[in-house]
Write a new protein. Structure first.
Length: 600
């Protein structure tokens, strides 16, 4: 069970290569795919069956297993997608049919003390065998008390190969005389494309003869979801990159939207470096494909990305390490360190050439011929038939062992950030890192999620409107104007404070660029843990650049937003007058709005 062999994704490619090669070696192989609505075939002999009502096949798998009675069931995907297989009825069915369940899973992050979430270990512990695609995943699994075999993804080293003439490869794409940065990364939140664009913008300002090629779908359905509302074309325009950024023509995520693998390889052949800004990777196939093509890979020094770049590419330190709502550590690549690497390679073609050769040698060890040897070792011999009783999952004590490695990377101010409310119970509306950034509110009234509202004070409406073009899911909302200015910064009218409180609690960001909002807006935001931009004595600066780009950063940089929020909260709590205002805010929330807060 996996993604479709025709899907233009890493898992789609792995399904196509592994299943096609196993079939060619004489094995009987069938695929259940969640991207199909009707049966199909690939490689001439491999049936592909659709899922039913359940997107991960829980309702159709028993029928397929009973019909086929395979020796082995392999599931490829995130652990929680196939959690139903750990349930007693499915465990009994596998035992009755004598089917071994091998779970092939990514591990893209770990908990602060090492190891996997308990919910993952209970599922993984129920499998007959565990295959993980990175050494990082193997080690983190071990820290959770689980043995796992390392079976990496592979690369077709004949297709992804250094060109005999890279300049000619560039000319065929119209990139002659340009330094080409390729980023083969899906347009979804984990890949951190806004960060890639920020790095490219800073680099191109110093080196105009540069092209950033984004191999992604600008209209990807993933970019119109609750966790990721992002118009990458609008962001390219906002950053002034329209003449430097290219997207792959005709590439779309979805059935029939891919391009031939030879055309993908042609993109790599024209590139000098490959930049992958993902905050976490279970493997990172583009980094391997880049190495095979003699393209120097650059990624963050965290999760599985490190092992695919160290020695021949560049594992770049993290600027921020943030803990998401699921309790997993995510590494946000350092912009400055990445720019230093790009500048170094731009000015030293000899080093670029040396690392290109080193990368190719590294990738040859991951050829599909080599990787299939690992698959044969996992599948043959079949091993003992499972019993009806599921395996005991490791206890919580195993998953919370304290012998963790030191944090990887981490530089800059406050590098380690927990996305929880400052000094108060956290309310986390989204477990993953979202774009636009949503920080958990310190006070969360009636238990409903923070909405995608940018609260704009008079004079800030245009700025909020520009943000809504980049992040289509957010709604600019005018803030109620305050009454006459008060000489005492801590004596604003309770009615104004109440209105402000109701609005701020439903906002993902408050923008008061001209200082025209209700008095103490910045103070209230600091208390509630809601990001704020504007004139303030409490909140740190957002950095340099245009006003739009500074505010944009608060919706794309989780580490920066969390750090500013925590700094503002500390500043307020260390000021006697501000503490008095804080008490009034809390009292107003506790006693003045007993029936919950109305939505704006």
């Amino acid at each position: 069970m996996s993604e479709s062999p025709w899907k233009p994704s890493g898992y789609g490619m792995v399904t196509r290569e592994v299943c096609g090669r196993l079939s060619g070696a004489g094995h009987t192989v069938e695929v259940v795919s969640r991207q199909h609505t009707s049966p199909a075939r690939f490689a001439g002999t491999v049936p592909v069956w659709p899922v039913g009502r359940d997107p991960y096949g829980a309702d159709v798998l028993p029928e397929h297993l009973s019909r086929m009675r395979p020796d082995v069931l392999v599931t490829l995907g995130d652990v929680h997608h196939f959690g139903y297989l750990a349930e007693p009825e499915f465990q009994d069915l596998l035992a009755e049919l004598g089917v071994r369940w091998l779970v092939y899973y990514p591990v893209d992050a770990e908990r602060p003390l090492g190891g996997l979430p308990d919910a993952w270990t209970s599922v993984l512990g129920a499998a007959d065998g565990r295959l993980t695609m990175s050494r990082f995943g193997q080690e983190v699994s071990r820290r959770s008390g689980l043995d796992a075999q390392w079976v990496p993804h592979g690369v077709d080293t004949a297709v992804f190969a250094p060109p005999t003439d890279r300049r000619g490869a560039k000319e065929r794409l119209g990139y002659q005389d340009s330094f080409v940065i390729l980023s083969d990364a899906r347009n979804q939140p984990r890949k951190m494309l806004p960060r890639s664009l920020e790095i490219a913008a800073a680099f191109i300002e110093a080196h105009p003869a540069t092209v950033l090629h984004l191999h992604c779908d600008p209209e990807d359905p993933s970019a119109r979801t609750a966790s990721y509302g992002y118009d990458i074309r609008a962001d390219v325009r906002a950053l002034g990159l329209a003449s430097h950024v290219r997207f792959t023509d005709s590439f779309r995520m979805g059935p029939g939207g891919g391009i031939p693998v030879g055309d993908v390889a042609a993109l790599y052949a024209a590139a000098d470096v490959h930049l992958l800004c993902s905050h976490s990777e279970g493997f990172g196939l583009p980094s391997l494909q880049a190495a095979a093509a003699g393209v120097v890979p650059i990624s963050v020094a965290g999760s599985a990305s490190w092992e695919l770049t160290e020695g021949h590419g560049f594992p770049v330190p993290a600027q921020w390490i943030v803990t998401d709502g699921a309790g997993l550590r995510r590494h946000l690549i350092s912009r400055d360190a990445t720019l230093a690497v790009l500048d170094r390679l731009y000015h030293d073609p000899e080093e670029l050439h040396r690392r290109s050769h080193r990368a190719r040698r590294f990738a040859l060890g991951y050829s599909w011929d080599e990787v299939m040897k690992e698959w044969q070792r996992c599948l043959l011999p079949a091993g003992p038939v499972r019993s009806a009783a599921p395996l005991r999952s490791p206890g919580a004590s195993d998953a919370n062992r304290s012998d963790e490695r030191p944090p990887q990377g981490g530089c800059g101010r406050g590098a380690e950030q927990n996305l929880t409310a400052p000094d108060l119970d956290a309310f986390t509306p989204h477990t993953q890192l979202t774009i636009p950034v949503r920080l958990p509110a310190a006070i969360c009234g009636d238990g409903t999620d923070t909405s995608d509202v940018v609260l704009a004070t008079p004079g800030s409406e245009a700025l909020a409107g520009a943000l809504s073009e980049i992040f289509p899911g957010i709604r600019p909302l005018p803030a109620d104007a305050a009454g006459p200015d008060d000489e005492d910064a801590y004596d604003s009218d309770d009615a104004d404070l109440g209105r402000l409180l109701r609005q701020v609690l439903r906002s993902v960001l408050v923008v008061d660029a001209r200082g025209t909002g209700p008095q103490n807006t910045d103070l209230v935001c600091a208390v509630l843990g809601v990001p704020y931009y504007g004139r303030t004595r409490w909140w740190p600066s957002c950095g340099s650049g245009s006003e739009l780009l500074r505010v944009r950063g608060l919706l794309t940089d989780h580490g920066l937003s969390a750090w500013r929020r925590d700094q503002a909260h500390r500043a307020v709590m260390n000021d006697r007058g501000a503490r008095a205002a804080v008490l009034r805010v809390l009292r107003r929330r506790a006693t003045g709005q007993p029936d919950g807060l109305p939505r704006p």
